[in-house]
Design a protein around this ligand. Sequence first.
Ligand SMILES: [Fe+2]
Ligand SMILES: [Fe+2]
Length: 311
Amino acid sequence: MDEQILSLSEQRTHQLAGLIDKSHTSHMELETVVDWKQGCNRSIRPKRFDHSGIYGTPHWDALSEEQRVELLWLENADLTSGFIWLEEGLPLIFIKLLHEHQERLPRHIYDYMMVFCKEEIVHTQMFRRYLATAGLPVLPTPIDVITDVLVKMHPVAGVLTTYLTELAAENIAVCQDDPEADPLSRRIFQEHHKEEIRHLAFGRWVCEAALETFTPEGKTNLGSMIRAFMSTLIPRLTVNGELGQYLSFDLDICDAEELARVQRSPNNRRLSQLRHGAMLDWVKRLGLAPADYDWFDPIVPPLPHAFERYA
Ligand SMILES: [Fe+2]
Ligand SMILES: [Fe+2]
């Protein structure tokens, strides 16, 4: 066999075998994952109100209670749509990587990546049905899944990019949970989380093991790409500037400068630390970002070609 391009320690391989067994014995079924007949109650909020991207700004203060609830639902549709696009794109990346490197991947990593893909496809079906049940649109993708670029790179780039994106979205979903919110909305994210924690463990293990083998230069290159990607993704995950066109009222965020200001509001900085602080520490610990890096820093030049379109 060729030299392996990804690998795990004996202990991690054993743990991964456990994840594979767990996935085969306990997985989501679209029909039964939630009680779909329950429907959504759009007259109450779907998440914590202080997790709105505009909370704590004059744009929030100007809204009526009904308008705030409408906005919170649309923000939920935005997050759900992000999951749909990410998780429909992820199997494309993973299966292409598997085909490209199948001779150089340990059996358990290959097997788990296939299980991972299968689970993501069911998740996207659940999320699409949830939006249809709520009467909400699937919003355009916040990020383009750069399949063609990632599959030509070392496979850890694809695993790391999808891991960080999944973790960022998952952190938002977990933190916004509210016992007073619409029950079906809460349940959707709670059920999703049960399988996502396995995916996230896999991503973390594979990245940590691979980066141990990287040269300082390799880490610098990968880190530069990741920072360019995350410094676009994280602000965008606070407020989507295109939400206004789906609302029945004017959000009054009229230009890119104001949008950037709202994305970096004190509340969004607070939420970012709450949601993604541990992820930021991890990226730094792996040597992919300097100690003073923050997600809201301007995109680090020179922007690698692969990520140019995110600028
Ligand atoms: Fe998922
Ligand atoms: Fe996942």
